[in-house]
Design a binder for this molecule. Structure first.
Ligand code: SF4
Length: 332
């Protein structure tokens, strides 16, 4: 293993969480059946090579709602590795209503540098129907406190929750941008087995948020964050053997969801250009080398879709010296 810094995730499934969100079965999402203990922390860190430098991430639960004694013990188990430099930073994820100045200060002094808040939606109706147990005002307040404490703020949002629709999801993105996070994660809703959402879906009271639904709405949301210079550090649940093996009963689970969305964003950019200035003869779509395969799309989906709409252009895709995310239409 190289000395490169990487994120070492330690899942604390449901630890500290007083809630039961309809979509949540943290034990399945994280692929881990037992909550992390100080022993898990020590042994995971001891397995790393001497020259490793990692960021340790406590994910999956509501870290700030864990019993303070256990929380301190988990952080104390990291301390020797922080002092040695094996752990350079710690990040935790938590609920917006489990954050106050005191707990943020204790995290900061224990080496935590990033707090991720599960905002999920800024619609109070969606939050209520999803059983989140907090409001959008809690998110705004917690986000301000995290920034005030000098910590890096990451906000997580979901699309396709019960009671939501594309307009509400886009509105959530706009409201999160107004909170000026340092990064966001977007998780389109997946119906995980053994959750209340599975029951709602099976009984017809929840319409599944399909992969196509997620691609469609996220292709509107991603450019909003990009325009605000807010990095989208994750789009879609991390693929796990369990989710791929059947734990994802329905919904927007796709191992390459982020790529599908980026591909759709490029297709929409190309479509807008072609509609605005329809080519009179053969044309090429020029994109950066990095965007080349996303522009073409899976199984050439984008090219076929655009060729069908603009048959006179006989469109081709080629890489050129243009900024990532940019599409240029060039007559041939
Ligand atoms: S707050 Fe987080 S851990 Fe708790 S039930 Fe909801 S999603 Fe699961």
């Amino acid at each position: 293993m190289s000395a490169r810094r990487r994120i070492l995730p330690i899942f604390v499934p449901h630890a500290g969480c007083p809630n039961d969100c309809v979509f949540c079965n943290q034990k399945r999402i994280s692929g881990s059946l037992l909550p992390a203990s100080t022993e898990t922390v020590r042994s995971r860190l001891s397995e790393l090579p001497e020259d490793a430098h990692c960021e340790l991430a406590f994910y999956g639960g509501s870290f700030t709602a864990i019993d303070p004694v256990l929380r301190e013990e988990l952080l104390a188990a990291v301390r020797p590795f922080l002092e040695r430099g094996t752990v350079e930073r710690i990040r935790v994820s938590t609920r917006p209503d489990a954050v106050d100045r005191e707990v943020l200060e204790s995290l900061r002094s224990a080496g935590v540098m990033t707090v991720e808040l599960g905002a999920q939606s800024m619609s109070d109706r969606v939050l209520r129907l999803s059983g989140r147990g907090h409001t959008s005002a809690d998110t705004a307040r917690a986000a301000a406190l995290v920034k005030e404490a000098g910590l890096t703020l990451v906000l997580q949002m979901m699309t396709g929750l019960p009671g939501s629709d594309p307009a509400a999801d886009i509105d959530t993105a706009r409201k999160l941008i107004a909170l000026r996070p340092d990064g966001v994660r977007i998780y389109p809703t997946v119906v995980v087995r053994d959750t209340a959402l599975e029951t709602l879906w099976r009984s017809g009271r929840y319409r599944e948020h399909t992969v196509e639904d997620a691609v469609e709405v996220c292709a509107k949301i991603l450019p909003l964050f990009e325009a605000a210079s807010i990095p989208v550090i994750r789009l879609g649940l991390n693929p796990t053997d369990e989710l791929s093996g059947g734990a994802a009963a329905a919904g927007a689970y796709h191992p390459a969801l982020g790529e599908l969305v980026r591909s759709r964003v490029l297709r929409e950019r190309a479509e807008r250009l072609l509609l605005r200035d329809p080519p009179k003869g053969p044309a090429a779509l020029e994109v950066s080398r990095r965007d080349y395969s996303a522009m073409i799309g899976r199984r050439r989906e984008n090219v076929l879709w655009l060729r069908e709409r603009f048959p006179e252009a006989g469109l081709r895709v080629r890489s050129a010296d243009v900024p990532d995310g940019t599409v240029r239409v060039v007559p041939l």
